[in-house]
Design a protein. Structure first.
Length: 292
């Protein structure tokens, strides 16, 4: 097993590109960057890609999404992804780093967009004709501005990126059943919980620990996760552990015992039981299935 490659944004940039930003048509990107993206990989930057033509499969952190016209994807730094696409695939793609976005566009933070920062949130939005046309128009605006190099080009581009994110969040919200003020409050609490899980999931796996950090009861934390994600808090914690386990099992050249220890399990047998309960298979069988 080889360690998965982490791609840096400068691999894709020419000298004329602004630091920490990249834009291209998807067709040209797939051709010019083939040697970098032909295998499963992860980035140290954010990615947004929209498909206007073609079909296939886009796999993100071991979850497979169908690709078709109108598929819009959001990827965060560290996520493992790969794709199998038809030869006629086209669309638009752009990258940017978090410092680039938040330093130049101080009125908005990426943490406000759950499709970039929430592991439990879908990374795909399927757009229908009207919204797709509006979204394509925004991507084309970025393309035109990126080529122009006019005054305040970066600020203009970032404002359009934010429009894309806001429009996407509104589209995602159409699928949510909870729209009250209470659910909005719950969602904010859930984001705090997920951020804490991201920070501590290796060393802390108990609901009470996270509830204590949030100054709420474990019962209320469960109420929040059930409302927002229809899952228990313990399931959210376990899913994050299992996701990291899958990444390590496939892409790290370490023994199963070593991986279990790195994930906070002193006994491999207990880790294997948790993994099997969550996935239905053992860690060794997961490796075998994924390699075949």
């Amino acid at each position: 097993m080889n360690s998965i490659s982490v791609l840096h944004i400068n691999l894709f940039q020419s000298e004329k590109n602004a630091p920490d930003f990249y834009f291209n048509t998807l067709k040209n990107h797939l051709v010019s960057s083939h040697k970098h993206i032909e295998k499963p990989h992860r980035h140290d930057f954010y990615v947004t890609v929209i498909f206007t033509k073609g079909q296939g499969i886009h796999e993100i952190d071991f979850q497979k999404y169908d690709v078709s016209e109108g598929s819009l994807f959001f990827l965060s730094p560290g996520q493992v992804h790969s794709w199998e696409l038809s030869a006629d695939t086209d669309g638009y793609i752009f990258f940017f780093s978090q410092p680039y976005y938040e330093m130049h566009y101080v009125n908005q933070k990426l943490k406000n967009f759950p499709f970039f920062n929430s592991p439990g949130f879908s990374r795909k939005l399927q757009l229908q004709s009207d919204e797709l046309n509006n979204m394509i128009s925004l991507f084309k605006t970025i393309e035109k501005e990126h080529q122009s190099q006019d005054l305040m080009e970066q600020s203009f581009i970032l404002s359009v990126i934010t429009q894309i994110c806001i429009h996407s969040l509104r589209e995602f919200s159409k699928y949510e059943n909870e729209s009250s003020t209470a659910s909005a409050s719950y969602f904010n609490h859930y984001q705090v919980f997920e951020n804490l899980v991201e920070e501590f999931f290796v060393s802390q796996k108990s609901i009470s620990h996270y509830a204590s950090l949030m100054n709420i009861s474990a019962k209320h934390l469960n109420r929040i996760t059930q409302t927002v994600m229809k899952k228990k808090a313990s399931d959210i914690i376990t899913e994050r552990v299992i996701l990291e386990a899958k990444r390590m099992l496939i892409f790290l050249d370490e023994s199963l015992v070593e991986i279990a220890f790195r994930l906070g399990y002193e006994e491999y047998s207990y880790f294997a039981r948790v993994f099997r309960k969550s996935t239905g298979i053992t860690p060794s069988l997961f490796i075998k299935n994924h390699k075949n």
